[in-house]
Ligand binder design. Structure first.
Ligand code: PLP
Length: 424
C-alpha cells in the first residue's frame, strides 16, 4: 500500500499486471482501435469509458495524472501542455465572458499577464489583491459575478507563503472555489487540498520534471467543492452541455465534474495536451521528486544563511530562515521546507544586481527555476519586464530583486561561485 509520499511517487499511477512492463510505457499513439461503430459512438456520448483520441486522453498521460492526483490527495487530475495551459483551463473551466475572479498579485509574471491581459480580451476580468490583506478587506473585492479566488502556495518570484486557510475561508464564504498553483512547494512539501484548496494546478516543467527536459502542466480536482449548490453561478457544470447531448456534469460525474468537463470540453476544443513522451519524462522526474526536493531545500537554506551573513547583500527572502516574515506560515503549512527558490538583493541596486549576475561562472542566467542546475534571473529585467513600475510594486517585485533557484550541486561550490561574483 502506498501511503508515504515517496512510495506514492514511485508506485502510484502505473500499476503493472503479471508480465507487464515494470516502467510506464509510452503509448505513442494518436488513436485507439474499436471493433464496432456503436462502441465508438458510446465513447463520443460519454456513455462508455475508454481511449479513442489522444487529444482527450492517453494511457501514459492518465497514469502520470493519476500519480499527481494521488500525491495531492484529489479525486481526478489531468495533464496539460504547460503550466500556462493548466492555469488557463483552471479558470476558463468556470469563467466566461462577463465573469470575474480574484487573484493574488504576487504570482508568476506569465500568469499575471494571462489573467490581466489575455483573459481580459476574452471578457473575463481579474482583480489582483495583496494576499496579506485581512479577510474583511478581501471580502470587499467579491462581486455577484466572481467565480474563483486564485493564489500560489509559494509566490514566484517573491517567495512568500500564502495563508491557505484564510484564502479558503474567504473563497468558501463567497461560494467560489479556491484555486492554488502549487508548483514551487510540490506535494512533497505541501498539499493545499489538506488546507482547504479546491483545485490545484502545477507547472510540471519545474520540480516535478526536475531536469528541465519537458514543458508541462497539471490540474488536480479535490472533488470537495459543491458546484451544484450554486447552479446559477456555475451553469457550465450544473446545466446541460449541448455538445454532449445535454449531459450535466455535476449529475453524471459527481465529485469529478469539474475535471471531467475540463477534459472532455476544454481539452477537446482547445487541445493543449502534454505529449505522451513528455509525460513519460515527467513520470521519471516524479519518481525522484522527494529526494531532490529535500536536497534543493537543504542547499537553499545554507545559501540563504550565507547571503544573510554577507555584508554586500542588502536583503534575503527565504521563508525557511527563522527570522523571515513568512517563517510562521512555512512552519504551519510546509514544516519540512518550502523549495529551492529564494530572492535577495545585492547592495547597489539594479546595476549591482546585473554586475553580480554577469560575474557568476557556475550559476547561469536562465529563464527557469526548479531544476537540478542552479540558475538565477532578475525578474524586473526578465520575467516581469512587461509589468509597469506600479505593477512591479503591486506584485512585490523590487527592482533589485534577484531570484535564485538553488540546484542540487555541492553547496560549497555554489557558495564559492556566489562569493567570487560578489567580490567581482
Ligand atoms: N506557475 C508558476 C508558479 C510558474 O513558476 C510558472 C513558470 O515559471 C508557470 C505557472 C507557467 O508554467 P509553464 O512555464 O510550464 O507554462
Amino acid at each position: 500500500m502506498a501511503t508515504g509520499i515517496a512510495t506514492k511517487c514511485i508506485h502510484e499511477g502505473w500499476k503493472p499486471g503479471e508480465g507487464e512492463p515494470r516502467q510506464l510505457p509510452v503509448y505513442q499513439s494518436t488513436t485507439f482501435k474499436y471493433d464496432s461503430s456503436d462502441a465508438m459512438g458510446e465513447l463520443f456520448d460519454l456513455e462508455r469509458e475508454g481511449y479513442f483520441y489522444t487529444r482527450l486522453q492517453n494511457p501514459t498521460n492518465d497514469a502520470v495524472a493519476a500519480k499527481i492526483c494521488a500525491l495531492e490527495g484529489g479525486v481526478a487530475a489531468m495533464l496539460t501542455s504547460s503550466g500556462q495551459a493548466a492555469n488557463f483551463f483552471a479558470i476558463f473551466n468556470i469563467c466566461e465572458a462577463g465573469d470575474h475572479f480574484i487573484a493574488s498579485s504576487a504570482i508568476y509574471g506569465g500568469t499575471f499577464n494571462l489573467f490581466g491581459v489575455t483573459l481580459k480580451k476574452m471578457g473575463i476580468e481579474c482583480t489582483f489583491v495583496d494576499q496579506n490583506l485581512s479577510e474583511e478587506e478581501l471580502d470587499k473585492f467579491f462581486k455577484p459575478n466572481t467565480k474563483a479566488l486564485f493564489g500560489e502556495s509559494i509566490t514566484n518570484p517573491t517567495c512568500s507563503v500564502i495563508d491557505f486557510e484564510k484564502f479558503a475561508r474567504v473563497a468558501h464564504k463567497h461560494g467560489v472555489p479556491f484555486i492554488v498553483d502549487n508548483t514551487f512547494a510540490t506535494p512533497v512539501n505541501c498539499r493545499p487540498i489538506e488546507w482547504g484548496a479546491d483545485i490545484v494546478t502545477h507547472s510540471t516543467t519545474k520540480y516535478m520534471d526536475g531536469q528541465a527536459v519537458g514543458v508541462g502542466g497539471a490540474i488536480v480536482d479535490s472533488g470537495n467543492f459543491d458546484w451544484s449548490k450554486y447552479p446559477e453561478r456555475f451553469p457550465g457544470l450544473c446545466s446541460p452541455d449541448d455538445s454532449y447531448h445535454g449531459i450535466t456534469y455535476t449529475e453524471k460525474f459527481g465529485r469529478a465534474a469539474y475535471l471531467t468537463k475540463a477534459t472532455v470540453q476544454l481539452m477537446r476544443d482547445l487541445g493543449s495536451i502534454q505529449s505522451p513522451q513528455n509525460a513519460f519524462y515527467l513520470n521519471l522526474g516524479l519518481e525522484t521528486l522527494p529526494v531532490r526536493v529535500e536536497r534543493h531545500c537543504k542547499n537553499a537554506l545554507e545559501i540563504a544563511k550565507y547571503l544573510k551573513s554577507n555584508p554586500k547583500v542588502a536583503w534575503v527572502h527565504y521563508a525557511d530562515l527563522p527570522d523571515d516574515e513568512y517563517h510562521d506560515m512555512m512552519e504551519k503549512y510546509m514544516p519540512n521546507g518550502t523549495c529551492g527558490v529564494l530572492s535577495f538583493a545585492v547592495k547597489g541596486g539594479r546595476e549591482a544586481a546585473i554586475r553580480f549576475m554577469d560575474s557568476l561562472k557556475l550559476i547561469n542566467i536562465v529563464t527557469h527555476v526548479a531544476d537540478a542546475k542552479s540558475c538565477l534571473l532578475h525578474p524586473a529585467s526578465h520575467t516581469h519586464r512587461q509589468l509597469t513600475e506600479e505593477q512591479l510594486i503591486e506584485a512585490g517585485v523590487a527592482p533589485d530583486l534577484i531570484r535564485l533557484s538553488v540546484g542540487i550541486e555541492d553547496v560549497n561550490d555554489l557558495i564559492a561561485d556566489i562569493e567570487q561574483a560578489l567580490n567581482a
